[in-house]
Design a protein around this ligand. Sequence first.
Ligand code: NAP
Length: 310
Amino acid sequence: MEELKEYDVIVIGSGPAGMTSALYASRSGLSVVMLDRGIYGGQMNNTAEIENYPGFESVLGPDLSKKMYDSSTQFGAQYAFGTVKDIEVNDDYKIVKTDSGDYKAPVVIIASGSEYRKLGVTGEEEYSGKGVSYCAVCDGAFFKGQDVVVVGGGDSAIEESTYLANLVNHVTVIHRRDQLKAQKILQERALKNDKISFVWDSNVEEIKGDNQKISGVKIINNKTNEESFIDAAGVFIYVGILPMTESFKSLNITDENGWIKTNDQMETDVPGIFAVGDVREKKLRQVTTAVGDGGIAGQKAFEYIEAHKN
Ligand code: NAP
């Protein structure tokens, strides 16, 4: 049987919340491992420019990820690859089970973040990777000089539309209402960009193509019921996020929508298990708030371990 890897703190996820948790916990002398099923950085890697993180007028998401990773590991916190399957809670310790081995620690900090919500229309699945994308930074360059559609009206849709407008010929934003949800500064930038146009009060009904690549989207105006077709080589979907809490269901620490409930000390209802960042039930999901959560949880991890020393 494979040996259990033991640490003081297991951080699940290595986005800004996880990395800051690891920084604070390791800097206080604890042994820490950050588990992730992908590269460190989380959603920052899918963000072109971040201009609301203090200290940088503007920084590329992947660059900020690398800087955070370097600082979060400087006091010995380790990074390990693995997909978490379950957490087993015992009196003095927890076992985190992953597809690449099991880990044991008295403290677990869940920083698993969120994933993009799917639109759920015909063609979305079929053309995923063949024109349908959830990441403008990753895939925008494939559509240089072509027309694309962005679905959604929140911060992600509007910020990424502006990013795409620098690359592609034209961006059409399709939003189900006649007002955007995005922050004012992002709205103003997009609304005055002449490479971006808006289709209001409309839902995408179907993404169409020739089996190899998409040709466009069929939309319906939800006020007039009028149907139309917009030609597009790419469809970028930004219709919200869902918590990544599937592996923690057995802990019973989420609200009715799956977000993890904590107090302002990042404590869940299970002693020794904390939650930070986007996965937490909270109002403002930003890099800054993720980092704040991580600092608190890293410090609380130290206090928890001190208090539980035999
Ligand atoms: P979001 O804020 O939940 O916005 C989702 C958008 O998609 C809304 O406009 C919503 O319409 C629309 N929508 C939802 N379901 C839909 C459906 N089935 N069909 C069509 N449209 C649908 O999600 P987000 O933009 O991905 O942002 C996620 C979080 O990250 C937010 O907390 C956001 O503030 C944060 N974020 C911040 C920044 C930044 O600060 N620069 C950048 C990106 C993201 P309605 O408006 O009608 O509800």
